[in-house]
Design a protein around this ligand. Structure first.
Ligand code: DAT
Ligand code: MG
Length: 151
């Protein structure tokens, strides 16, 4: 399998609502491989860096306050097509528009409390992984399941 990686974060609402294992299990059961994970409380400054693309939006300040309001579970997941398919597992930004079966569709209601973040493309994935993790926190390994997942 090719080494495509994406950055996924369980936001403070997902952590406080006890959804860490539920969210991780959806990526794990799909067949994606967890290559980095940690829990941290991002500073406001760090949240602003993470969401820098949205700094002109009216909700930017509230969004950054929210992301830095409590523990976040930061992860890197690896697998074929994981960036695009990860977004599919997550569902639409507004949980009201997310399909049932998606993480936001099944588990969230309000757009400002949509429980999970996922990189939206290969450039942002690269940037976000570099922002949240040092290279030595990323673990490259072979999963014995790979031949049963990819053939
Ligand atoms: P996504 O998280 O699906 O990539 P985004 O990058 O456009 O969505 O926005 C980042 C986050 O900002 C999103 O998860 C929730 C919040 N957000 C987006 N649009 C919003 C809105 N109209 N009102 C309040 N919060 C919003
Ligand atoms: Mg986004």
């Amino acid at each position: 399998a090719e080494l495509e990686r994406t950055f996924i974060a369980i936001k403070p609402d997902g952590v406080q609502r006890g959804l860490i294992s539920e969210i991780i299990s959806r990526f794990e059961k799909k067949g994606f491989k967890l290559v980095a994970i940690k829990i941290m409380i991002p500073s406001k400054d760090f949240a602003q860096k993470h969401y820098h693309d949205l700094k002109e939006r009216p909700f930017f300040n509230g969004l950054c306050d929210f992301l830095s309001s409590g523990p976040v579970v930061a992860m890197v997941w690896e697998g074929e097509g994981v960036i695009k398919y990860g977004r599919k597992l997550i569902g639409a930004t507004d949980p009201q528009k997310s399909e049932p079966g998606t993480i936001r569709g099944d588990l969230a209601v309000g757009v400002g409390r949509n429980i999970i973040h996922g990189s939206d493309g290969s450039e942002t994935a690269k940037d976000e992984i570099a922002l949240w993790f040092t290279p030595w926190e990323l673990v490259s390994y072979t999963s014995n399941a790979e031949k049963w997942i990819y053939g």
